[in-house]
Design a protein around this ligand. Structure first.
Ligand code: CMC
Length: 429
């Protein structure tokens, strides 16, 4: 029998059911609270609010555990690829050989943008941020594929999902080429997902970019590690938009916008900007740590802290080791890596960060790795968006498959003026 929670309010006792997840997480089900009591819950930033039940990703923030569909991220990082992991997230199981081949074919068949979409890029000024172009162009896809406007059945969902997953990488590469005034390069069907992206980003019409296996693998790993992270800001946004029955592309475009901010996906770009500033100022990190602890400085140690992890982010551990390996294999040094290591050491030994359980998150070392790959800083958050696409698609599908669909519509406690009346301009002060 499930436990009941008791709420004592104004001399009455209300019993509320509890819910236990498959990993033992517990929640008080308050769906009848307002009807029963007239009260709602208030939870600034949703820190204690479960917005849905989901079978996609499990995180234990205290222990530093992350699993996609039950499989530990550490195993997937070593044994899987981004595309296989995308299938796992979207369809709930690792693909068999024929399923994988079909998924891969669908990605290849849908990799080219509608030719008309290319002209849209012409309208953006050269200084446009690639995240702005990415969200705009994903949304614009609904105009080019009118079928997207309808709620998909399982067959059309398969094609829509493959189209979005495949084209996000083409749009991302085109956005970069546009921002640099470079010609677009069409995807090459012979290349796998990540190699194709690097080819479109860095080749020239007169010469193909050399695809180094260790670089392709490193970027594939970055995509894989970002593939899902349960109800974060952007995924919740995707679910919120999708709950109104907006189409997959519109929902994903909203996810890109939510991801852009420096407290979320934009942190990877902000980390490198922070490290560059520290480097340029000749600070060894100590001055910055002092500033990050001072609430009036307007600074935070970017790439540190997490709403859910109160332990080392498992993705950060994998990325840290992988970036060390990549720099070693490519025989490169990066002064920013030394600063990052010093900052980490200083923060992990500082009571401010220890007491608040602030550890490096996925963004702390990912920028160093992307720099080594050759990804320009303004494209870092775009890399996060490509990586997060399977998670957004999986969450969209989960919502689509729900029998009882409800629009997401939180309430509020109103704290504005009570009723007052319209004044003509001459009476206003
Ligand atoms: N540097 C300095 N102080 C910090 C930091 C930081 N990076 N992060 C949190 N704090 C302090 C914060 O000032 C507060 O202190 P106090 O209790 O004295 O007021 C306390 O720690 C709790 O912080 P919070 O802002 O209430 O925590 P949150 O759960 O709302 O925010 C966070 C989580 C990730 C937005 C925040 O830790 C942060 O801003 N980190 C830097 C940005 C960053 O790296 N973001 C990437 C997150 S991981 C990838 C992703 O999901 O996109």
């Amino acid at each position: 029998m499930s436990e009941k929670a008791q709420l004592h309010l104004n001399g009455k006792v209300y019993e509320l059911p509890t819910v236990t997840g498959s990993e033992g997480e517990k929640a008080v089900d308050i769906s009848t609270l307002r009807d029963l009591t007239g009260y709602i819950t208030l939870d600034d930033g949703y820190g204690n609010t479960g917005s849905c039940s989901s079978a996609i990703t499990f995180i234990d923030g205290e222990k530093g555990i992350l699993r996609y569909r039950g499989i530990p991220i550490e195993e997937l990082a070593v044994k899987s690829t981004f595309v296989e992991t995308a299938y796992l997230l979207i369809y709930g199981k690792l693909p068999t050989h024929p399923e994988k081949a079909r998924f891969s074919d669908l990605l290849t068949e849908n990799e080219n943008l509608h030719e008309g979409m290319k002209h849209h890029f012409e309208g953006f000024p050269p200084s446009s941020h690639p995240m702005a172009m990415l969200s705009a162009m994903i949304n614009a896809s609904s105009c080019f594929y009118p079928g997207l406007m309808k709620s998909p059945d399982s067959e059309s969902f398969e094609v829509q999902a493959a189209r979005l997953l495949s084209q996000v990488r083409t749009i991302a590469a085109f956005s970069y080429r546009k921002s640099r005034g470079l010609p677009f390069l069409y995807p090459k069907p012979a290349y796998k997902y990540t190699a194709n992206f690097l080819y479109m980003m860095f080749s020239d019409p007169y010469g193909s970019y050399e695809l180094k296996p260790e670089v392709v693998r490193a970027l594939d790993l970055i995509f894989l590690l970002h593939a899902d992270h349960e109800q974060n800001c952007s995924t919740s946004t995707v679910r919120m938009v999708a709950s109104s029955e907006a189409n997959l592309f519109a929902s994903a475009a909203a996810g890109v916008c939510a991801l852009w901010g420096p407290l979320h996906g934009g942190a990877n770009q902000a980390v490198i900007t922070m490290l560059e500033e520290i480097h340029a100022s000749g600070d060894d990190g100590r001055r910055f740590i002092t500033a990050a602890k001072d609430k009036n400085s307007g600074k935070r140690l970017m790439g540190f802290g997490h709403r859910v992890y109160k332990n080392y982010d498992p993705r950060a551990k994998i990325i840290k080791a992988a970036s060390d390996l990549l720099l070693h294999t490519l025989n490169r040094e990066d002064p920013l890596l030394d600063i990052a290591r010093k900052l980490e050491e200083a923060a992990l030994g500082d009571s401010y960060f220890v007491e608040r359980k602030l550890y490096p998150n996925v963004d702390f070392y990912s920028g160093i790795m992307m720099r080594a790959i050759g990804i320009p800083t303004e494209m870092f958050t775009v890399m996060f968006a490509i990586g997060r696409m399977p998670g957004w698609i999986a969450n969209f599908k989960e919502l689509l498959d729900e029998r009882r669909k409800r629009i997401c519509r939180p309430r509020q406690i109103y704290i504005g003026p009570t009723e007052r009346h319209y004044l003509p301009p001459e009476q206003r002060r």
